[in-house]
Design a protein around this ligand. Structure first.
Ligand code: PRP
Length: 222
């Protein structure tokens, strides 16, 4: 990995920091935060990679659950990622800062008319977050059967796949639309800027400079 490259005039230029950003609902908040700090990106047409005008940062738009994959493999040195996704992937990373948006709750939810007596002391849950669900209930000594789904998890109780789901609840409107209610709040989820540990050590100065900009301690202009 090269930290510096020479341009045509022979002056050294630092390679931009690479950051994997989820394409979904966090994308706009990330762009707004960076924009407020003077880091503006314009993604041409349907391109998924863009550099900011100062050449400090290169954003890569990837699927939410793939952010840790890109960071772990060093393709992106940094990433923006929620605790939910980080826990599922389970790898070594540095948490650089917690971002002021994207907080949500991981909840156990079920049908409004479900009678817990029918559970007979054993939970059957459908979820995208199988590692979290397994560990959470296992740690509490509660027998659990975890069924993995890729999305639209709220349908599972409606269609009879499982009486419960473990899923993120933000506004609660998806639960409500499917006649489901929160049975228990299991964890608070925040969104963080993370770093591949080797990348952080190698690009320490640039990363710390970026943190200073994002924390409003220094400007982005060069
Ligand atoms: C998340 C989550 C819920 C929904 C909750 O899904 O899995 O389905 O958001 O949000 P709400 O409480 O504001 O209604 P996401 O939008 O990420 O889509 P997915 O189900 O395809 O993963």
């Amino acid at each position: 990995m090269k930290d510096r490259t020479a341009n045509a005039s022979g002056t050294a230029r630092r390679e931009p920091l690479t950051i994997a950003v989820p394409k979904g609902r966090l994308h706009d908040s990330v762009r707004a935060l960076f924009g407020e700090c003077g880091l503006q990106f314009s993604f041409e047409r349907r391109k998924l990679v863009a550099e900011d005008g100062t050449g400090r940062v290169r954003l890569m738009l990837v699927k939410n659950s793939d952010v840790p994959v890109y960071v772990n493999h060093g393709i992106a040195g940094l990433g923006i990622c929620g605790d939910d996704v980080l826990y599922e992937y389970g790898f070594d990373y540095y948490r650089l800062m917690t971002l002021p948006f994207g907080s949500t709750r991981m909840c156990l939810a079920g049908r409004r008319d479900h009678n817990p007596d029918q559970d007979h002391g054993r939970l059957r849950v459908a979820t995208k977050f199988t590692r979290f669900a397994h560990d959470f209930f296992h740690d509490r000594g509660i027998p659990v059967e975890v069924i993995r789904l890729g999305g639209s998890v709220e349908l599972a109780p409606v269609l009879g796949l499982a009486p419960y789901i473990v899923d993120l609840v933000e506004t609660g409107s998806t639960l409500e639309a499917n006649d489901l209610v929160v049975t228990e709040e299991l964890a608070q989820i925040s969104v963080h800027l993370i770093a591949n540990p080797a990348y952080y050590k190698f690009r320490y100065q640039q990363v710390e400079e970026l943190l200073g900009i994002l924390n409003g301690e220094q400007g982005a202009e060069r």
